[in-house]
Each structure stands twice: as C-alpha cells, then as structure tokens.
Design a protein around this ligand. Structure first.
Ligand code: SAM
Length: 212
C-alpha cells in the first residue's frame, strides 16, 4: 500500500509540494544575486524549475515581474503549482511544459531567462538548447542567468565538484559539471557576453550573460 509522503521524504504533509535541501539552501544566495540583475518589471522564464521552491521564493520577492516557471516533468509541475498556491503569489502563472532542447518554446518573448542546477544534470544538448532558446526569446540587453557548479579551464575548482562530476557521470555518461569556457563560448556564439560571474557557496557560480 502506498505510504503517505512525509517531510522526511522531501514532501510537505499533503504530499503536493516537494521539498528538497538544495534549493532550500541556495535560494537565499541566488536571490541576492538576482536582486542585482533582474529588472523590477517584465517577464522572467525559469527553465527546469524542479520542485518550485525557487519559483515561489523568487516570484514572491519580485512582485513586479511575471514569473513563468517551466519544467518537463509532470510530477514536478504539480509540485510547482502547489508551491505557487501555497505561497499565495499572483505573479506566477501555472507552470508550463518545456524541455529546452525543443526548437519551439511555449513563450516567444522574455526579459530574462534563468536556469539553476540544470545543465550538468542533463545532456550537453540541454545547455545548447537553453542558450539557443534564450537567444531566440530575449531581446537586446536581455539576461540569461545560469547557476551551478562549473570547472574552469578544464579543471574542477574543488575536490567536491570533481567527486560530484564522477557521480553524475556514473549516473549518466552524458551528464557532468560543465566548463565555464565551453558555456561562455557557446553563449558568445548565440550573441551573449559574460557580464559577471559571482562565486557562490559550495563552489557554485552564478553566471550572468547579457544579449547584445
Ligand atoms: C536538479 S533539478 C534543479 C531544479 C531547480 N532549478 C533547482 O535549482 O532547485 C534539474 C531540473 O532540470 C530539469 N531538466 C533536465 N533537463 C531539462 C531540459 N532539457 N529542459 C528543461 N528542464 C530540464 C529536470 O527535470 C529538473 O527538474
């Protein structure tokens, strides 16, 4: 018989909102960076929003922005919707289905695209899809924000990141910590310049690309 999920399983008591430690820990530091980057009004597309913990936290702070979460996994879209409902926020519409590798996204214009902890837990094609899609929907001056672990110059920046990379690759050989140079070269090919990189807790980076 199915067991009612509990907080310890990563769910709230009703089993609707998934609660994971990683977004709980990094939502504060990411928000501090986003405060310095995002406009006060406009449209933000969140790619690979996962549980929705970020969506609820960020949308609540940026009440002048329309915050559109997207996520390919149906169960996670249910969790995102539950977080939006729980947080009582009105500037976050229902989550949309999006695998960023698709050529056609459900939104054709945005002021910013953000994606955290996605490009390493997915094949490289997802990083290509994220950047190509962001380039299609962002206008001049639009922001692409990417958060996660990165190697630099082909070298892992900590033993923890090297171990994490090995664990990712044992799960799926196409996964892996991406190199900052590879991502920035790809972004440049799509019309983005790396405006800022911010060191984050636990050897992660915030990368802020702006479309020219
Ligand atoms: C580790 S979770 C991170 C979730 C959330 N952004 C966070 O930081 O807590 C990675 C998410 O990316 C999504 N994802 C993986 N590949 C994707 C793709 N090609 N396009 C869009 N989302 C993708 C997964 O379904 C998952 O929800």
């Amino acid at each position: 018989m199915a067991r009612t999920p509990t907080h310890a399983d990563g769910y709230d008591a009703k089993g609707a909102r998934r609660i994971y430690p990683s977004p709980e820990n990094n939502k504060g530091p990411i928000l501090e960076v986003l405060k310095t980057v995002l406009p006060s009004s406009g449209f933000v597309l969140e790619v690979g929003a996962g549980s929705g913990q970020h969506t609820a936290h960020f949308a609540a702070h940026f009440s002048g922005l329309e915050w559109q979460a997207t996520e390919p996994e149906p169960d996670l879209r249910t969790s995102i919707a539950a977080w939006i409902d729980y947080a009582g926020i009105e500037n976050a519409p229902a989550p949309l289905e999006l695998d960023c590798r698709e050529d056609h996204w459900p939104v054709d214009q945005a002021d910013a695209v953000i994606s955290s902890n996605m490009i390493h837990i997915s094949p490289w094609a997802s990083c290509v899809g994220l950047i190509a899609g962001a380039a299609r929907i962002l206008g001049k001056g639009g922001i692409l924000y990417i958060y996660g672990p990165f190697s630099e110059g082909g070298v892992h920046t900590s033993p923890g990141n090297a171990n994490f990379n090995a664990a990712l690759k044992s799960r799926n050989p196409e996964y892996g910590v991406r190199d900052l140079d590879d991502v920035t070269t790809l972004a440049k090919d799509h019309g983005f310049a790396l405006e800022r990189r911010v060191s984050m807790p636990s050897n992660n980076l915030s990368l802020i690309y702006r479309k020219s």
